[in-house]
Design a protein. Structure first.
Length: 94
């Protein structure tokens, strides 16, 4: 799941151990209309997978990051709203 050479088709985000990853996925879908995948087997509830195989541009990536950021904040995780989107903007600009 975490290769030495990353592919550009999937991004895995490790979640804090104190966060219910399955609840986060449900909230992202219900509240933000975003469908992310969870981990499988021993990673179930521990990661969020963002697929970007096919047509996805920078703006789609920013929307995904914003939804994830808001979902985490909505579950009470201490997130500075806008910080992840800002970091993504910087990364995408380089």
């Amino acid at each position: 799941m975490f290769p030495r050479v990353p592919a550009n088709t999937l991004t895995s985000v490790r979640l804090p151990d104190t966060l219910d990853g399955k609840a986060l996925l449900r909230d992202l879908r219900a509240t933000h209309g975003m469908v992310f995948a969870g981990g499988q087997a021993h990673l179930a509830g521990r990661i969020v997978r963002i697929a970007h195989l096919g047509w996805m541009d920078d703006y789609d990536a920013l929307v995904a990051v914003a939804a994830l950021e808001r979902g985490l904040a909505g579950m009470g995780y201490p997130v500075a709203i806008g910080s992840a989107v800002q970091a993504a903007q910087v990364a995408l600009a380089t």
